[in-house]
Structure formats: C-alpha cells, structure tokens
Ligand binder design. Structure first.
Ligand code: IVH
Length: 750
C-alpha cells in the first residue's frame, strides 16, 4: 500500500501495519538524524510521514503504539552521547596565511619572551583535516575518548574510538595519567570505497573525507564505526601525571614509542625560513599523501617556553597554523541580497550560480559592506585593483577552510553592458527604518532597534547560541518559528522563560504541533528551566550588545562580579559617557576645521573644552573610570554598554529577562589556589626576568587582575627599577610593593 493514500480508507489491520512501518521509519530517521552527518529523510518527507502517523492515530486511537513517533520527536542532537568535561581545555589554533604572517609569529614570540632573534626553535608538521579527539589513559588503560565539542565539554565516543586500529587500548609504559590528543581522519582510498558502498546501498554519499570521518565517529552504534576505516595521528596531549619530554619533538617521539601513529613529515626548524621551506616541501607532497591536510602547524619546540608563552582566550601563543591557499572558482553573481544582523548591520550577500569549490558546492558569498563592493578596503586603499562588484558580473570565489566563501576577483571583460554600480539601500529592507552609516563605520545600520523584526530575531538567535544561553532543543530554527508564532510568540528573551506557562494556558498546545511531541516538549521545558541559573559572563554575552563579545563579557563579569554592580556603574557613568562622546565629536570637528582652514588641529583643547562644557559630576566620572578600569574594556565598549542600558526598550527587555532568572552565578577566579587570585596588580618600572606582556599574562593566568594605574583599588605594586611616580603613589596609599624577585617568589616561580 502506498503511504500517500487517504488514511480514511484504511482498514484496522492496514492501519496497524502502517503505524508499525511509520514507527520504524521515523524512529530510524531520528537516530540517523542525530547520530549521522547525513539525514536519510528530507525535512519535508519527515514532516509528511509524521503528520500521516498522527492522522492514523486520530482515527484509531487504541492502535497508538508504545514507541509512537508522535511522542519521541525532536530529541536533542547530543542525546545519544554522554558529555565529558575536558580536564585541560581543547583549543584551536590561530592562522597564518602568508610568509609574512609566519615571520610575525616568530617576532611576537621573541618579543613576548624578551629573547634575541633566532633563539627559539619550532616543530613543523602537517595540519590534518579531520576531527580532534582526546584519549584519556589511567594506569595504562584507555578510560575514555572525547570529541572536542566546544573546547570545554565534548562527546563521549569511547566505544567508537575503541574500534579504531590506530588507537591503543592499553599503554604499558606510560605515565599513570596521560591524555593523548590528535586527529581522526579517513584516507582518500577508504573514502572512495565507503562512498561506492554508500552508493550501491542507495545511501547519500559523504561530501568529503572529513565529513565521512565525523559521521563515522559519531555513530550511535559502534559496529557501524568499526566498519568504517578510521585512522588517528597523535600530535598533542592534555592532562599528564609526568612530563613526556622537555621538547615538543621529544614528546612526539615518546608518543610514537608508546604505540601511536605520529606524522612522518614532522621536523624541527631553526627559524622562519626553515619553517617556510618545510611548508613548501609538504605542500609539494600534498596531492600524494593519501589523506587531506589543509596547512602546516608550527609549534615552539621547547616545552618550558611553551609554558611561559601560555594561552590567549582560545588559542595558544606558542603555535600557529599556516594554511594552504584557498581554492578558487569562477561563477556568475546573480543577485545581491541584504541581510540585517543583530546590531542592525546591513550585510550584502552574493547569491551565486552554484559552483563547486574544493569539493563543496558554493551558492553564497559574503560581500562585507558597501566599500568592499565598491573596491575599497577598510583602510581606504584599493582592493581587486579598485574593481567594483555588480549584479550580473562574472566573479572568482574562494573558500579557505570553514570560512564563508568570499569574492576574490571580477572579470570586467564579461561585464554585461547594462550593469550598474551597486547601491546600498538607505532604508532597512526589513522594517523600513532609515539605515545610516556613521562617521568612521564601514557598515550601514538599521536604526529600528528592537522594532526591526530582523534585528530582534538575530538577537534571539544570538541569545540561545552555544556560547550564550545554549538551550538544548531551542536553536536558531526554533527561535525563528517562535518569533512568528501567533499563539506562542517569543519576541524577546524573557518570552522564552514564560513559554511553558503560556503553553499551559493555551489551547493549541506545542505538543500537538508538527516537529514536536510530548517528550520533546517536556525536554524543552526542562532545558529552559535549567538555564534559569546562568553564569554572569554568559548572561552579559547573551544580551548581544555591540562590541561585547565572549571575552569582553567574561572580563566584565570578573571585574564587576554581579549584574547589579555592572548595571549600576554603567547607569551612574551615563553623564560621563555622553561627555566622552561629545569630546570625540568636538575632536572630529576640530580636525575637519583645521584641514579646511589649513592650520594645525588643536585636538587636545577641543576635547578639554567639550569636557568642561559638559560639567560631568564627580560621581559619574568615578563610575566611568571604574568601568574602563576593567581589563580589556575601553571607551568603545563602555559607550556601547552605556547606550544599550540607557535605551528604554533594551533595558526593559533586559529587566524582564532578569526577573525570569533564578540565579546569576558570579564568575570564579581563574585559579583560586594562588595567593594573587582576585587581587589587582600593577606592574611598573623595568622587569628583568620577563617582559611586561609575559608578566601580565602570568598574573592573569593565576587569577589576578592587571591594571595600568595605581588607585585605591590596587592590592599590589610590582616595582622594577625606574618605577617612579607609581611607586610614590602606592607608598602614599599604603599599597604593598614588591620587587620582581619578591613577586616571583610570591607566585612560586622563583
Ligand atoms: S595542535 C593547542 N597539530 O587543527 C593546540 N592541531 O585549527 C592543539 N589539527 O583543533 C592543536 N592537525 O583539530 C595541532 N598537527 C596538528 C593538527 C591539529 C590538525 C587540528 C586540531 C585543532 C585544529 C585547530
């Protein structure tokens, strides 16, 4: 019987059979959807079958099965795997795109460490295009294998990892605790064979070896993983109970002795020239390696220096990935669409005739902003030799790794005669509000704020994103649907937290809708309730305030420790923020006037006059100072916060959200075991054993705040020779002062 026939014609027996068939198909599709990278049913087909299942159940309610798909839809993607919190975070790498970037990497390392040029050696090895995996061994046996996930928490794929021949189950001569990290990948031959098998089984082929490897490792059934030939290269480590070596190259050799595959193209290089030589060597062999690589990774060889260099927020200072040049293809630009972002930025997007670039079909490319389209870079200089981009043009697009494709070049000889230069709209295409481009800003922005549906939806998507509230089962797609939902609308973050109560009161209950069932709805309520307790940094980031990214949000959280303190300070500082902006504008006006009058600009005087005229109350000035005293917070962020919190629509939405939360968790000091954790430290004068940058990074890694000026909030001054006025001020204020050796012995580095 066809599954498109009218359900009202079904006999009882036919209905029973069909309900079983639908349960099997839909439940299998669920598993595949969540466990594999290639779903077996299209969304449309899935919805159609689910609707049919509901219709039959409505006709024969007593035939509803215990495993009815109506009840099990929409389980969160990660439901299949347990979560594992990494003992040592799994980081990503910064990128170098050309030889100059490699030289700059080397210079910055020498500068940070205060070493003379040529003192640091590096390893160079292929960057494998797979997915990273962390393997924890205790007392010689594999305890678990975890994917990278968001770097802090990954998925437990232990049973699947055990099926990979390159991964030893036991390590006889290893330290008691050792976490080995590396890349899971699939060879070209194995990839081709797998796709041939997929093809003859009528299954969708994988787009590339990396997707095939990811799809194979994330199988809920380990026997499927076992049937897929995965491999593993070890190149790093996490937690260790005993050091492997004193060098990166020595540690890699030790991993090889322990039984891991390590990459045979790993070399030790004396300087950037050597590194670039080895890069060219690897690049020349790229096509014959038999597996995908997308660049070369350089790492400082001396592990002691690696430790001194430490980390930025998500990448180590001691390593960088030198990427291979992007792949290119020519195609036609069919349309330029305007997208409206969370902060109102209008972003032009190129709609392309689909073209394959490096194995991936590309049909969109970013066009950044109007200057970029006109052929001008952010510094005003020509890009693409000044060629503009027009609808109808023949354009060259490129893809580098996972980044959004970009337009590299335009073929003017193929430009249609009827084409016209592109013009950015002067009004928002979504809400019709004026779209303005402010002095010094490359982008045009919709001025509609929260009345603009595009901005509101983008803000909501940001709010639920992984680094923000990260509500399981409520992603971008669901948020978009709820925004337009007439019965259960979600127009602002607070509405997410009132959904359940509104659903309880509503007639059209969520559980009766397509794509939802009793189980998935209950899971959603639970996931939402779990987030009523949220970290302060996440909360600040989730608000989507311009210039306040993840790192800045954490900095603010650490500096203020509570939402009320932050909001109170920002509001007290409002008069100072306005004066600051007025001073900026006066400065700008003075500059322009000086240019047109052909005289020297008196910028300082213009600023001073504007600040004086504003007569900022002392309390506001103090609050402003407290705000910009926070690590990493400058006037731009402070002004943006001030604008957001003084806007009645925005602050209203924030307050309604906070009313829905049960607890805002203050951030933990980074390392509370250190005597300087939570202390505010000022460095002054010359340091002899390390550079200022290293001292600051080290202090911050121990949980201290580093400030540039001495105030009553300072806990400790580290004064080297020539500390001058800061030392005097610290003495006046009775602040503890140490010399460099005293500091080193305090933090245990002496
Ligand atoms: S080292 C702390 N070495 O590239 C640095 N990573 O873009 C740890 N990758 O997440 C990474 N080959 O998945 C390192 N030889 C290699 C690599 C490599 C591939 C991946 C890894 C990492 C990503 C960063």
């Amino acid at each position: 019987m066809s599954d498109t026939s009218d359900v009202t014609g079904l006999s009882r027996t036919e209905a029973e059979h069909e309900l079983k068939r639908l349960a099997d198909t839909l439940n299998a599709a669920n598993v595949q959807y969540h466990g594999e990278d290639a779903p077996t049913l299209t969304d449309g087909e899935y919805d159609r079958l689910k609707r049919r299942n509901l219709e039959i159940e409505a006709l024969f309610p007593d035939l509803k099965r215990a495993d009815s798909p109506s009840d099990v839809v929409g389980a969160a993607p990660s439901d299949g795997f347990g979560k594992i919190t990494h003992t040592v975070r799994m980081l990503s790498l910064g990128n170098a795109f050309d030889d100059e970037d490699v030289h700059e990497f080397d210079r910055s390392i020498h500068k940070f460490l205060g070493l003379s040029p040529g003192s640091v050696q590096y390893t160079a090895e292929p960057k494998i295009d797979g997915l990273s995996l962390s393997l924890r061994y205790e007392n010689g046996t594999l305890q678990y294998a975890a994917t990278r996930g968001d770097g802090a928490t990954g998925e437990n794929v232990t049973e699947n990892a055990r099926t990979i021949a390159d991964i030893p189950q036991t390590l006889p001569d290893a330290p008691d605790v050792i976490e080995v990290r590396g890349e899971v990948y699939m060879s070209h031959d194995d990839f081709d064979a797998l796709n041939a098998a997929q093809d003859s089984a009528g299954a969708k082929p994988f787009a590339n070896p990396r997707n095939a490897a990811a799809g194979s490792l994330r199988q809920l059934d380990p026997s499927v993983t076992k049937s897929r030939p995965l491999r593993f290269f070890a190149y790093a480590w996490g937690d260790l109970s005993a050091a492997l070596s004193t060098t990166q190259s020595g540690a890699i050799a030790r991993l090889a002795e322990l039984g891991f595959q390590t990459n045979p193209l790993t070399r030790v290089c004396a300087d950037p020239e050597d590194m670039i030589d080895h890069y060219r060597h690897i690049e020349a062999r790229r096509a014959t390696l038999g597996y995908d690589i997308d660049g070369v990774v350089y790492k400082v060889d001396d592990l002691n220096l690696q430790a001194r260099l430490g980390f930025r927020s998500t990448t180590p200072r001691w390593a960088i990935a030198h990427k291979f040049p992007a792949e290119l293809a020519w195609t036609r630009l069919e349309e330029i669409d305007i997208q409206v972002g969370r902060t109102g930025a209008l972003s032009p997007v190129a709609r392309l005739q689909p073209v394959t670039v490096g194995g991936v079909v590309v049909s969109n490319a970013t066009l950044h902003n109007e200057d970029y389209i006109a052929g001008r870079g952010s510094d005003g200089a020509d890009i693409r030799d000044g060629k503009d981009i027009r609808v109808g043009d023949w354009v060259q697009v490129y893809r580098a790794g996972d980044v959004i494709p970009k337009v590299a070049d335009v073929d003017l000889s193929k430009r249609p005669h009827t084409s016209a230069p592109f013009e950015m709209p002067a009004t928002c295409p979504r809400c019709g509000s004026p779209a303005v481009r402010e002095e010094g800003d490359a982008v045009r922005r919709c001025t509609g704020g929260l009345i603009c549906p595009a901005q509101a939806v983008e803000k909501l998507k940001h709010f639920v994103s992984r680094a923000a509230f990260d509500i399981e089962g409520l992603g971008a797609k669901q948020v978009e649907a709820f925004y337009d939902d007439s019965q259960l609308p979600v127009k602002e973050p607070a509405d997410i937290f009132t959904l359940r109560a509104r659903d309880d009161a509503a007639l059209a209950k969520l559980a009766n809708r397509d794509g939802w069932g009793a189980t998935s709805v209950n899971n959603l309520w639970q996931a939402i309730d779990e987030k009523r307790e949220i970290g302060l940094g996440r909360l600040i980031f989730a608000l989507g305030i311009r210039h306040v990214g993840e790192v800045t949000a954490q900095d603010l959280a650490r500096h203020f420790g509570s939402w009320n303190d932050l909001a109170g300070t920002v509001s007290e500082a409002r008069a100072a923020a306005l004066a600051y902006r007025a001073a900026d504008e006066a400065e700008e006006r003075e500059r322009a006037a000086a240019v047109s009058e052909g005289r020297r600009a008196r910028v300082g005087e213009a600023r001073k006059a504007a600040l004086l005229a504003a007569a900022v109350p002392a309390q506001a000035a103090r609050a402003w100072q407290h705000l910009i005293d926070a690590d990493g917070i400058g006037a731009t962020v402070a002004l943006s916060l001030s604008d957001a919190l003084s806007n009645p629509d925005e602050s209203g939405a924030i307050n309604r959200l906070i009313d829905q939360l049960a607890r805002i968790v203050p951030p933990e000091a980074r390392d509370t075991s250190s005597p300087v954790a939570g202390k505010t430290v000022v460095f002054s004068g010359t340091l002899e054993k390390m550079t200022r940058a290293e001292a600051k990074a080290r202090a911050e890694a121990l949980g201290a705040k580093v400030s540039g000026s001495v105030s009553s909030k300072t806990d400790l001054l580290v004064a080297g020779p020539g500390a001058g006025s800061k030392a005097t001020k610290a003495a006046d204020l009775g602040i503890e002062t140490l010399d460099e050796d005293g500091w080193l012995s305090l933090i245990g580095d002496a």
